[in-house]
Design a protein around this ligand. Sequence first.
Ligand SMILES: [Mg+2]
Length: 220
Amino acid sequence: MHFTDYDLVLYDIDGTLVDTGGAGMAALSEAAEQFFGAPSPTLDLAGSTDLGIVKNLLDHYGRSNSSIDINDFFELYHDRLEANLASGLFAGYIHPGVAEHITTFTNHGAAVGLLTGNTSRGAAIKMKHFLLDHHFSFGAYGDDFADRNLLGPVAMNRASLLLGKSFSPQRTLVIGDTPKDIACAKAMGASCLAVATGQFSMESLHDHGATYVLQNLTKK
Ligand SMILES: [Mg+2]
């Protein structure tokens, strides 16, 4: 992969930039239990959007979409997320090579944003906690659409609006750690750099059709 091949670079958060040490998972479970009044089911978070997770929760608790105000749930989740990250009880960390990887793209003039299943606010909380927030001024988020495959064009349009220039999928790179990130890149016609810093091996990511696969972001 050449850093100069891309004008628009979109990073996933969990498993790609950072690992919250379970703070995010715990926040979702705690919010679900408090909001729905019964223990949370086991959640499959890898590559999922937060809206998609809420849909799964509604199925689990036998509730309809119209029976809740989703913003109330997210408010509870965001409060728990902030509290968990601040508590120091979760051993979160930034994955190796992240800051240098991002700045190499920005130094080449690429626009760098987020493409994540996190809500916009959840993404901001995580990026601020890990002191990565100054790198990202736009993104597409898990409260834009439940379907991650719809998020690529959202990020591209926001980059265009913010920066006043147009971008093409052919010169866009999506960076993530799951088959869902790869599918999302393909859905918009972009390339995908997959990293094995999440739950999936390099072999598995390769088999899912990633354009490039790396062990982590220190490898160029
Ligand atoms: Mg991820």
